[in-house]
Write a protein that binds this ligand. Structure first.
Ligand code: DAT
Ligand code: MG
Length: 149
């Protein structure tokens, strides 16, 4: 069973899309194992997006992500990392497949609503950055046997 980090960016909160977006991950079968709202500092945003330091869009990205509260969550399930990113759609909403979150609700890369870890190492690092171990809740769902073989 795999875990991934997902963040609903400030535009998702401001536009009232938190429920809609979380619903898509839940319906897919992914289990929420951690969830909180945070208004991140510039320093924390730099740590989260450290791999993008120096890129032309970096300062705009930091302004965007610190511009309001975000909703951070950890999702668990079979191939959670890949499945969460597929549910989100391509980074550029114009290129995202219809039916994905980014295609259905956004237009621009700089306002693409949602973040998801891009690999196992990133997922482990991002979960550790955003959540304390005790904030990750281990529990079973009665329906798990109908989602996981
Ligand atoms: P993703 O969020 O799909 O993992 P990424 O890690 O390459 O994409 O980039 C992080 C965020 O930075 C992305 O969600 C939107 C923004 N971004 C990336 N490339 C950009 C670009 N060329 N112009 C503007 N914003 C960009
Ligand atoms: Mg990324």
């Amino acid at each position: 069973m795999e875990r991934t980090f997902v963040m609903l960016k400030p535009d998702a909160v401001q536009r009232g899309l938190v429920g809609e977006i979380i619903n898509r991950f839940e319906r897919r079968g992914l289990k929420i194992v951690a969830l909180k709202m945070v208004h991140v500092s510039t320093e924390f945003a730099h740590r989260h997006y450290a791999v993008h330091v120096g890129k032309p869009f970096f300062e705009g990205l930091i302004k965007y992500i610190t511009g309001g509260p975000v909703v951070a969550l950890v999702l668990e399930g079979t191939n959670a990392i890949e499945v969460a990113r597929a549910t989100m759609g391509a980074t550029n909403p114009a290129k995202a497949a219809p039916g994905t979150i980014r295609a259905d609700f956004s237009l621009e890369m700089g306002r693409n609503l949602v973040h998801g870890s891009d690999g196992p190492e990133t997922a482990a690092a991002e979960i550790g950055l955003w959540f304390k171990p005790e904030e990750l809740i281990d529990y079973g769902r009665a329906v798990d046997g109908w989602i996981f073989e």
